[in-house]
Design a protein around this ligand. Sequence first.
Ligand SMILES: O=CC(=O)O
Length: 327
Amino acid sequence: MANQSEEQNQEQQQRPIVMVHRLPTFSFSFANRLKTHYHLFDPLDSPDLIDLHRDSVRAIFCVGPSPVTSELIARYPCLEIIVGSSAGVDHIDLRECRRRGIAVTNAGNAFSEAAAEYAVGLLIDALRRVSAGDRFVRAGLWPKAGEYPLGFKLGGKRVGIVGLGSIGSEVANRLAAFGCSIAYNSRKKKPSVPYPYYAKVCDLAVNSDVLVVCCALADETHHIINKDVMTALGKEGVIINVGRGKLVDEKELVQFLVRGEIGGAGLDVFENEPYVPKELFTMDNVVLSPHRAVLTQESFEAIQEVVVANLEAFFANKPLVSPVQNE
Ligand SMILES: O=CC(=O)O
């Protein structure tokens, strides 16, 4: 017996250590799967072990949007990779990773379809007032108030996509099938894309009825949807955000909605999550969602495969599956 547990101990020692930077909802079955290959170590469970493992940690698995700050990175002098499990990596100090030559991976395409269909769902809801109609029926107002106000049709709308990456492209495919015309803004024009390109978001907004925001959050995209863009979009315009809260100047958006200077919004993300400006709670032209766009049973399974594949590739010295370009 003693021998067996010694063997087990040795075997455990030989597994590469992977530091888990976690959320409370981290899946146990996935953790167990990872534990068969790696010595998973969560500093929240055992902070006293941080010093012991300091010089042997080469990989961090970052669950969800837990911040990976330069202070956290500095704890591990031998760190070579941060394996992320989200599409956006704005919670990771990319500048520090660049400085130290630490690779970063993200969710790759694991979440793209889920996020895109959610964006379409928010748009249909904002235009046709599905959630608002639901509230109307549940509140028992139908027999009393009779007619419910008209919404707007999706087909034929001019949709401007801000950020035509893998999520934006999936949004474009879906909305084109609904009969919308598509145009886009992104850092660079994409030669293989048939849709009109606008280098300036304001120009895209002038020529759109709807803006769907799905770009990555970075210094250059912070408040990319600002007062000027909202003015350019106009009174009937609708803003859908499945990217990050800070892509939109939320204070301005609230003011535009309060003054009726914009038509509506569908928001899965907010500047100060989980807090949402209370002015939005009573607006039937606004759909609110608790940052769930990317999460489905299927996408949750897909992300596990991406994480495993990136860890395996790293420890086998093979090319990573979903590296983040960090230049
Ligand atoms: O918002 C979710 C993600 O970035 O994966």
